[in-house]
Design a protein around this ligand. Structure first.
Ligand code: TRP
Length: 450
């Protein structure tokens, strides 16, 4: 489509899209969230369901969402509106864009707090006092951080301000350059940690925990969490990848680019898991310890490595970069929409949406201290926001994308957009039937409807 809908600039190349989409996908979800969710949900069986969800649900929806973005070429809300008009169907579809914008906003509010934790660890590593740290001390250091609203408040603020400063300059040059060195760097650090894990006492136990599925340990809710994590980690169901697709030049193969991004994303999550669980078992820690898992395990490994404070510092710097490139993707739909529809400058749009996220983030900061006793449905504020977004809102967003791409858009249109050859029929089957049905079934059965 090369008509007047060209509202934004385009990526300089296919590589630029792949880098940006990987920047969105690879983040705290892979390094912080995947390991602790796997730990809480029984290990191998969770990982198996997660991998199945990435292939059967994630990749088809990722292709669809990128395609919608490239054809609509605007913020998710306006893209849905334009494509609904093109298909001569109800403009109510643009509420899918609203839902996505809201999900991104809610996710970023807590994402920023956790990114703040990893920024604090940059300094903890370089201060050198983690050298030869014991498991007990590593837990004590983390618990001190968790119980201090002031420290978390400061770093949450720094992270939000940095994100918004970058977003206000527009998503292009800087982001591309940052991801280009961040991703290989992160990969190398993880491989290094895996090398350390391989030589540790807990390696065999860690590997069997992660890769030997014991399906008796998995519940309906764990299946939902595994699926939610597939959406979260790939960055689907809220318009992130849709907006990056909107900058993608015509005739670039969407399916090949997305399969590459999904594979890189999954590899990083698995490498993180392989690094962490041997440390857990070698030090007799609990895999179920929750959101603090990486912060209570990795310092032990760095503490024992020669040059560990330098590697530790580098590692958390890279985690910070990975988090920033994902945070940008989470807020970009809101900023793009505000500047398209409200005639706002990018700066004002950033200031308003950033301020909202920042305020909401206080709820997450307090979940770990002042409000830790306040729960709804057995979940604290952070857990509740996380559950609703990752396990309900993203899957619903994903179903809407699938239904729109599979049932509303004409076959001729999607077939020409995707240029996938014979693989097209598989994609179409998945997007019309398999993916939406699987998502609906998992969600409804976990909340007890079916
Ligand atoms: N995928 C990122 C991570 O794993 C976070 C993220 C970016 C995201 N864009 C998203 C999550 C869209 C859900 C939806 O850290």
């Amino acid at each position: 489509m090369t008509d007047q809908r060209f509202l934004h600039n385009q990526w300089s190349s296919r590589l630029a899209f792949v880098l940006a989409a990987s920047g969105s996908a690879i983040g705290l979800g892979n390094i912080w969230k995947f390991p602790y969710l796997a730990g809480e949900n029984g290990g191998g069986a969770f990982v198996a369901v997660y991998l199945l969800c990435v292939v059967a649900i994630g990749i088809p929806i990722m292709i669809a969402e990128t395609m919608l973005g490239r054809r609509g070429r605007q913020s998710p809300i306006n893209t849905m509106l334009t494509l609904a008009q093109e298909a001569k169907t109800s403009s109510a579809w643009h509420y899918a864009g609203w839902l996505g914008m809201l999900s991104g906003f809610l996710i970023l509010s807590y994402y920023s707090v956790i990114a703040g934790w990893s920024m604090i660890y940059i300094f903890k590593m370089s201060s050198g006092y983690l050298t030869h740290i014991s498991a007990d001390n590593a837990s004590r250091v983390f618990n001190e951080l968790k119980s201090s609203p002031e420290i978390q408040f400061i770093w949450h603020t720094v992270f939000m301000a940095t994100t918004m400063a970058i977003v206000s300059r527009g998503v292009s040059g800087g982001l591309e350059r940052a991801t280009r060195f961040m991703m290989p760097g992160l990969f190398i650090m993880l491989v290094l940690l895996d090398g350390y894990a391989m030589n540790s006492d807990g390696f065999a136990q860690g590997i069997s925990f992660l890769f030997k599925p014991d399906f008796s340990r998995i519940s309906g809710e764990s299946v939902l969490v595994a699926m939610g994590q597939a959406f979260f980690s790939l960055g689907l169901g809220m318009g992130s990848i849709m907006i990056y697709g909107s900058y993608l030049p015509d005739h670039v193969s969407i399916s090949r680019s997305t399969v590459f991004v999904a594979s890189a994303d999954t590899l990083v999550a698995l490498l993180a898991g392989v690094a962490i669980f041997p440390i857990v078992f070698a030090n007799h820690l609990e895999p179920t310890m929750g959101p603090g898992l990486i912060f209570q395990t990795l310092p032990i490994a760095f503490g024992q490595m020669p040059g560990g404070s330098l590697f530790g510092l580098l590692f958390f710097v890279l985690v910070f970069f990975a988090a920033i490139t994902s945070a940008i993707a989470l807020i970009e739909p809101a900023v793009a929409w505000l500047s398209e529809n409200r005639a706002m400058s990018r700066e004002t749009a950033c200031l308003r949406s950033g301020l909202g996220c920042w305020l909401l983030g206080f709820g997450t900061v307090f979940s770990f201290n002042l409000w830790s006793e306040n729960t709804w449905f057995g979940k604290n504020f952070f857990e509740l926001v996380d559950f609703i977004t990752a396990n309900i809102m993203l899957p619903v967003g994903g179903i809407l994308v699938a239904l729109f791409a599979g049932w509303v858009m004409k076959r001729e249109v999607t077939e020409t957009e995707l240029e996938m050859g014979p693989a097209y029929s598989y994609w179409r089957l998945a997007i019309r039937y398999a993916s939406p049905l699987a998502v609906a079934l998992v969600t409804l059965s976990a909340i007890g409807v079916v």
